[in-house]
Design a binder for this molecule. Structure first.
Ligand code: NAP
Ligand code: ZN
Length: 335
């Protein structure tokens, strides 16, 4: 196979530069995918800036990939040439640990992220273990499907795994790439949905996407007014926040789930969890099985990422716009 061309970052915070690499022989368990679309997740920005101390330079970011299978390893039985597939945060796992055997591959200790120690989707092609290339339902356009591969699964899995149901009162905090999908999925689960946002100008769109209520978190006292209101709060924000106020906004037995990691440790009074039996939780993307399930739910309920398209060669512009919180609501690079 020929060289793969993409855009790589060579040092923390640097601009993306044209980059090519030789992927070598296609491994027996791998597929090669010709990329049509790749979303720009805020995790790509964290990796570019080495916020988590795990970035390995140079690397090509991108883990919300949609494309067509153009190469199939000799041992691959689950994918075929020409199939349209998506790839998310994960490109491989050990396949034999208790978590992989349970179909919870995202919890595997040897999980390989698509663009950490490997090259991701800001490129013309990518290779992954075939188990992590998930077929895309025909009802979803590739441009709308790409953001579901990380943003979509990251909000769908906690709603499902923490038992959100039609009677639930759900709050989604941060209406960005993840959050605007979180509002749509929470509505599809039948919940009463509140959007929490620092951007007043997102109110009308959040309501169109399915939010029943909108809380402007820049308003002093806004969180106090909703004390004791929610069964489930999902925070997609990666900045420090008034955690205690969000715990107070939970109803008894409510769960506050974080998917966006803040830079500082969470400060929460233990007593505020004990009295009303509240829980703090986290959630990490999802397994290939959950990805398929999520895509089918999105197809059935018409859940769509709202996207801003950029040519692949304009990846730097997209990253800059994500950093400024100016994208409505997910930047998608196209080849
Ligand atoms: P994004 O598109 O940039 O959206 C984040 C949203 O957070 C913004 O649109 C904004 O919403 C809000 N926000 C930004 N700065 C804020 C601040 N200083 N205070 C309060 N709110 C602020 O990012 P994303 O792609 O949705 O990703 C969000 C986070 O989730 C990132 O940290 C990412 O790494 C993480 N993530 C985690 C997983 C996982 O598996 N757990 C998977 C994917 C991503 P408003 O304008 O509405 O306030
Ligand atoms: Zn992501």
């Amino acid at each position: 196979m020929s060289e793969i061309h993409g855009f790589a970052v060579h040092a923390a915070g640097a601009h993306l530069l044209a980059y090519k690499y030789d992927p070598g022989e296609l491994q027996t368990h791998e597929v090669e995918i010709k990329i049509s679309h790749c979303g720009v997740c805020h995790s790509d920005v964290h990796l570019i800036d080495n916020d988590w101390g795990i970035s390995k330079y140079p690397f090509i970011p991108g883990h919300e990939i949609v494309g067509t299978v153009v190469g199939v390893g000799s041992g691959v039985k689950d994918r075929t040439m020409g199939e349209r597939v998506g790839v998310g945060w994960q490109a491989d796992s050990c396949g034999i640990c208790e978590w992989c055997r349970q179909g919870q591959e995202h919890l595997c200790a040897k999980s390989q992220p698509t663009c950490v120690g490997r090259n991701g989707g800001f490129a013309d092609r990518v290779r992954v273990n075939s188990r992590f290339a998930v077929p895309i339902p025909t009802a979803i356009e590739s441009e709308n499907a790409a953001p579901l591969m990380c943003g979509g699964i990251t909000v769908y899995a906690p709603l499902m795994n923490y038992g959100v149901r039609p009677s639930s009162r759900v709050g989604v905090i941060g209406i960005g790439g993840l959050g605007h999908l979180g509002v749509q999925f929470a509505k599809a689960f039948g919940a009463e949905v509140t959007a929490f946002s620092t951007s007043k100008d997102k109110e009308a769109e959040a309501k169109e996407l399915g939010a029943h209520e909108f809380v402007n978190t820049r308003d002093t006292g806004a969180l106090k007014k909703v004390a004791g209101s929610f069964d489930f709060l999902l925070s997609t924000v990666s900045a420090d926040q008034d955690w205690q106020a969000y715990v107070s906004a939970l109803r008894p037995k409510g769960t506050f789930c974080i998917v966006g990691a803040s830079p500082s440790p969470l400060q929460i009074q233990g007593a505020s969890l004990i009295h009303s039996q509240k829980a703090i939780a986290g959630s990490n993307t999802g397994s290939p099985h959950e990805l398929s399930e999520m895509l089918n739910v999105a197809a059935r309920h018409g859940i769509k990422a709202v996207t801003e398209k950029f040519a692949m060669a304009k990846a730097n512009d997209a990253v800059t716009k994500v950093k400024k919180n100016q994208v409505r609501y997910r930047a998608v690079l196209t080849n």
